[in-house]
Ligand binder design. Structure first.
Ligand code: DGL
Length: 276
């Protein structure tokens, strides 16, 4: 089974993309809604919560776990990968989005939006700049320029989206304010580095204009995971394919099912509550 962990139900936007590419794979999802949002929490807290969530998924039979949550990927991925080594595989949401942004950027002006925790940590920026050497490699005919990264935290967007205020003028106004600086930097590629932002993708597109490519981190994660499994047949073969989905939450299952279906794009039936 593929395990997917998120701070709440936002990671279901990643599951939606995974289902498109892996319709038969069994999936287990845990959303830690009782302790969400993670976006404003300290790194230590996010590591502790993420580790508990990931271990729960492994204990339920996940053969590998994807961190759909960008904040958890920022704070906890490296810690977990070092802790588990090759024993238990955990993959994050950042590097797939970074790779896609570097593949698609025309002029190397890359913007990143995310929660406060994600943006303050600066990991998107570090990962982009780490790879920028490849843009200079003589064998690469891609770009002549070192990428420039412009980041913006958008802490109000998660609560607005969870309130269902996607089409409200207040949300559009706040988004416009958040994007002002990025627009003035002539961003040509923008990473939506948060599970919730795909729900506002049309608004982001309208505000950034048609010359800016949007990178949906969940979509990038699903696509790169496909490529990863292609290269790692030994892991691909351990993943069962009976088309089952199991959903777990640490908070109210009814609210999870109701809000989660907007992210998943389909109705969620049975949700089980767990406690740590
Ligand atoms: N899942 C989080 C992320 O992608 C957003 C919600 C939260 O702050 O917990 O960063």
């Amino acid at each position: 089974m593929i395990g997917v962990f998120d701070s709440g139900f936002g990671g279901l936007s990643t599951v939606k993309e995974l289902i498109k590419l892996f319709p038969q794979h069994d999936m287990l999802y845990l959303g830690d809604s009782a302790r969400a949002p993670y976006g404003n929490r300290s790194t230590e807290t996010v590591i502790k919560y993420t580790q508990e969530g990931v271990e729960f998924l492994f204990s339920k039979g996940a053969k590998m776990v994807l961190l759909a949550c960008n904040t958890a990927s920022t704070d906890a991925l490296r810690f977990l990968q070092q802790k588990y080594g090759n024993e238990k595989k955990v993959l994050g949401a950042l590097i797939p989005a970074v790779e896609e942004a570097l593949e698609k950027t025309k002029y190397g002006n890359i913007g990143v939006v995310g929660t406060r925790g994600t943006i303050v940590a600066g990991n998107f920026e570090k990962e982009i700049l780490k790879r920028s050497v490849f843009l200079y490699h003589p064998a690469s005919k891609k770009a002549q320029k070192i990428p420039k990264v412009f980041s913006q935290s958008c802490p109000l967007l998660v609560p607005l989206i969870e309130e269902g205020w996607i089409k409200k003028p207040e949300t559009r106004m706040i988004l416009k304010k958040y994007l002002l600086k990025l627009k003035s930097c002539h961003i040509d590629t923008l990473i939506l580095g948060c599970t919730h932002y795909p729900l506002l993708e049309k608004e982001f597109a309208k505000k950034m204009g048609k010359n800016c490519i949007l990178i949906n981190s969940g979509k990038a994660q699903a696509q790169k995971f496909k490529e990863y499994l292609h290269l790692h047949q030994e892991i691909a073969q351990t993943l069962s394919q009976n088309g089952t989905r199991q959903f777990f939450t640490t908070d109210c299952p009814e609210r999870f099912a109701e809000l989660g279906s907007q992210f998943l794009g389909q109705k969620i039936g049975d949700v089980q509550k767990i406690e740590f």
